[in-house]
Design a protein around this ligand. Sequence first.
Ligand code: ZN
Length: 305
Amino acid sequence: MKRYWFNKLISVALVLVVALAVFAISCAPKTEATEEIRVVVSILPQAEFAESVGGDKVVVTVMVPPGYEPHTYTPTPSQLAALKQADMYAKVGSGVEFELAWMDNIIEANKNMLVVDCSKGIELAEMVEHHHEGEEQEAEHHHHGKDPHIWLSPKNAKIMVENICDGLIQIDPENKEYYTQNTDKYLAKLDKLDEDIKSSLAGITNRSFIVFHPAWGYFARDYDLEQIPVQIEGKNPSTKDVANLIQEAKEHNIKVVFASPQFDVKSARTLANAIDGRVAFINPLARDYINNMHMALGELVQGME
Ligand code: ZN
């Protein structure tokens, strides 16, 4: 009789253990599903793209911090270590030096994360160089590279946003609708931005602008402007280059040298003084992309008038 009750007790205990195990297993995926997707991006403007698409389902971190620029930035060891927690890495993909130098290490740091190429579907343009009429072009041989600054064209930004959306859907297909809706909303804002730029620039007849760091090539192409860079291939201008720029500024009646906080502002000021003009700031790397593009547009319109 005792043995009977003992067996009964054992079987009840077993049932309880099994029930607990089933309960635990059924609970586990639920807690995982509510966890945010960790997205890492290379540059700040991509943060607004990823946050706009991912909404409250993503946490976004940026490799190149404010005040630094992606042509020379070196990630810190703690940034590389933090990649172990990432689910997705969205690279710019257009040949930004930071990625050329570090992408292998970034992938090595976490082989499980999905790497999204934001430039997929964007045709890279040649880095436009400015040649002066009658100037001996062979005098100094320049290597013509592709222009990596794709994000400053709203048209390109739309493709970058769509690539990020595809990546998030690949990681989290259950929320496909959510990501698609968010993407459509943000793309509409980019269309509005594009319209605003077109209408603001419609009345401008003098469409040349001098900018210290030539980040605005795609922007100039899209809106029929001429970017005259001070820096050539990341190098500051020679005395002869400066003389040419001063001549150029006089010809086009240019009174503003556009600069950005990440680059040599002093040289921009020297040139501005030489043309009896001023320095204005346009930021190619702000996190609040759309807002910042509106501000840059305002400065450009004012500076080209
Ligand atoms: Zn740049």
